[in-house]
Design a protein around this ligand. Structure first.
Ligand code: BGC
Length: 250
């Protein structure tokens, strides 16, 4: 196995995707493989899917894996978009046992943020940077001078007395059939709140919808510079692979 090649698995609310990544360049070395997240996203089903994607690549080395929840030392602490039975589960041990491989598990937005800071829109940027992943939910990664503060969960700040992501995430835009101007009203309120809390020097917007950033970036009314993520929807895979080094002896 090449020195700088690691597998990254990105478990999301709708899909589980993976690819071997050159972690020196931050690029995928093979076409990514994706399976739908099983309905309900229960531990056994999700773990079986992870084993499936590893099998697709015949992967038999330590790997990195994201999870869409708070992850502390491998243990899942919340479950906004996955089955509640994940709470308290040591995902590192459970996924490791099912795959018979060592695995490093981290929050999906933290992984995407790490990739953007190393290889993408945040490269070389110091100060306070907030990376938001806009998708099924809203994920966040906070960096100060390039150092990650994990598990910030800014998607769950309160807006209008409700959980922000249940009002402003792209999944809500789709569900309620909102056009960009109408969704941008919500996104603006959300981003203005994040800005007032943290005063970032740069805001990076990721997730699948960042591909359509030209349709909504001009509608945003916030003070700090905002840029779309550079790694598209692959940042989570790249960040997971970068983290695999933590459990590897290579
Ligand atoms: C979860 C976060 C996750 C985000 C994006 C939120 O509902 O609480 O942990 O990063 O969704 O998947």
């Amino acid at each position: 196995m090449a020195e700088d090649l690691y597998l990254g698995v990105d478990i999301g609310g709708s899909g589980i995707k993976a690819a071997p990544v050159d972690v020196t360049a931050g690029t995928l070395k093979e076409e990514r493989y994706e399976v739908p997240t099983p309905p309900g996203a229960r531990p056994d089903d999700v773990t079986a899917c992870v084993a499936d994607v590893l099998g697709h690549f015949s992967w038999d080395e330590p790997f990195g894996c994201t999870f869409p929840a708070v992850v502390q030392d491998g243990v899942i602490r919340t479950a906004a978009n996955v089955d509640a039975s994940w709470i308290g589960v040591h995902a590192g041990k459970v996924i490791g046992a099912a795959t018979k491989l060592d695995v490093a598990v981290l929050n999906d937005a933290d992984a995407a943020g790490l990739a953007e800071m190393h290889f993408g829109a945040g490269r070389g940027v110091s100060g306070t940077v907030v990376v938001l992943t806009l998708g099924t939910g809203i994920g966040s990664a906070l960096f100060r001078d390039g150092v990650l503060v994990p598990n910030t969960e800014l998607g769950h700040i309160e807006l209008n007395g409700r959980d922000a992501e249940t009002w402003a995430a792209p999944s809500v835009k789709t569900r309620e059939g909102l056009d960009y101007p109408n969704w941008a009203v919500r996104l603006n309120r959300y981003l203005q709140t994040v800005e007032t809390l943290l005063w970032p020097d740069l805001l990076i917007l990721g997730g699948g919808i960042s591909r359509e950033a030209d349709l909504f970036l001009t509608l945003l009314e916030i003070r700090c510079p905002v840029v779309p993520a550079a790694l598209d929807n692959e940042a989570g895979i790249v960040g997971a692979a970068m983290t695999a080094r933590l459990v590897s002896n290579r």
